[in-house]
Each structure stands twice: as structure tokens, then as C-alpha cells.
Design a binder for this molecule. Structure first.
Ligand code: ADP
Length: 190
């Protein structure tokens, strides 16, 4: 039914937001008032696919990691599912590939951009207790390489930007976008 790309700096709170969104969407599709055909919300992430943070240390290991993410998304996309991809997704070209895969499967799309300052990401990264810490070098590298999503391009749109200080996600607007948005073919202009 839908595909949500989460993007943001490393350790910016993407997984936290992914969980928040998955919880909201799961409640929506199991509520008695829901009449649609979606039966599952699935979060695909580096962790669910066993991709270590060290994969982002160099492009040689990052490319296969992106391949693994794309293949997992392609396999999971279905008309009765909402798929949330919780990963850096910082590369414009990669987000475009994901978008094309989603549109080929005729599902609606949106992008959630989790924003936190580099200083906060550094702080949160260094105090992570989950074993998923980036090295300081990789963290700085990823800040530099990060290609910000833009609502002006079709593959990032509709774009929902959420700051680290925002108490909640724009859940209702996201729900609206993924249940009532127009479906355009991948080549219908920006
Ligand atoms: P990402 O998925 O972007 O790597 P996570 O959601 O895993 O980020 O969060 C990274 C770390 O930062 C975690 O330890 C988490 O508890 C902490 N964190 C994330 N968002 C916030 C926030 N808004 N306030 C305080 N700590 C946060």
C-alpha cells in the first residue's frame, strides 16, 4: 500500500521516529474504523538486515549495504503492506531508486526527514548503548556527504520534516499522504 523512506544524519533519531510511526500506523490499520486492505506495517532497517554501522566506513562496503536494503525493500513491497525503511538514505540517487521500486509496485510513497544538529548527533552517537555507534570519522564523513531531501523533487515528495525537538510526528498528514495521495508514474516530471 505504501512505502515510507526515513532519512537523516547518523544517530539523529531515525529509528526512534520509525518506531513512533510504525506504532501509529499499526494502530490505524487495526482500528475498527479502518476499511482498507492494508494488514501489516513492516520496518526494514540496517539492524533488521544485519548491516553493521561499520559498513558506512567506506564506499566499498557501503555499496553492497545499499544493495541489500534495496533488495529487501523490493521483496517486501506489496499492496497490503506499509513498508518503512529506517536507514540513512542520504544518497539522492538511492532515494530515487527506492522511489522507482515503490512506484513499480504501485504503492504510495512519502519521505520522513529526521533533523538533528550535528552536535546533538555527535552527543547521541557517543552515548549510544545499543552497540550501533558510528566511528567519529564516519560520523563526520556522513555529515559531509549527506544529501538533504527536497520537496521539489518527486522522489522525496511528499516530504515531512521533523525536528529532534518536535514532540510528535505529523502522523495524520502522513496517513493522509499514504492513503489518499495521487499515484503518479515514475516518469511524470518533478
Ligand atoms: P538513528 O536511527 O538516526 O541512528 P536512533 O533513533 O537510534 O538514531 O537514536 C540514536 C541515539 O540517540 C539513541 O541512543 C537515542 O536514544 C538517542 N536519541 C534519539 N533522539 C533523541 C531525542 N530527541 N532526545 C534524546 N535522545 C535521543
Amino acid at each position: 500500500m505504501a512505502f515510507v523512506t526515513i532519512s537523516g544524519y547518523p544517530s539523529s533519531g531515525k529509528s526512534r521516529r520509525a518506531l513512533e510511526l510504525a506504532q501509529f500506523l499499526s494502530e490505524k490499520i487495526t482500528s475498527p474504523s479502518y476499511e482498507g486492505s492494508c494488514s501489516t506495517v513492516e520496518v526494514i532497517s540496517d539492524d533488521s538486515l544485519g548491516i553493521e554501522r561499520s559498513a558506512y566506513d567506506e564506499s566499498r562496503s557501503e555499496k553492497p549495504a545499499r544493495g541489500t536494503l534495496l533488495t529487501a525493500v523490493q521483496r517486501a513491497l506489496a499492496l497490503n503492506k506499509i513498508i518503512i525503511l529506517d536507514s540513512l538514505n542520504y544518497h539522492k540517487g538511492f532515494r530515487y531508486q527506492l522511489y522507482c521500486a515503490a512506484r513499480e509496485s504501485k504503492v504510495r510513497v512519502c519521505t520522513l526527514y529526521a533533523v538533528a544538529t550535528p552536535d546533538l548527533c555527535r552527543e547521541w552517537n557517543s552515548s549510544r548503548q545499543d552497540g550501533h555507534r558510528y566511528t567519529p570519522e564516519t560520523l563526520e564523513n556522513l555529515f559531509m556527504r549527506y544529501e538533504e531531501p527536497s520537496s521539489m523533487v518527486r522522489w522525496d515528495s511528499p516530504l515531512f520534516t521533523v525536528a529532534w525537538s518536535d514532540e510528535s510526528l505529523p502522523n495524520d498528514s502522513i496517513w493522509e499522504a499514504i492513503t489518499k495521495g495521487n499515484i503518479k508514474p515514475p516518469n511524470s516530471g518533478t
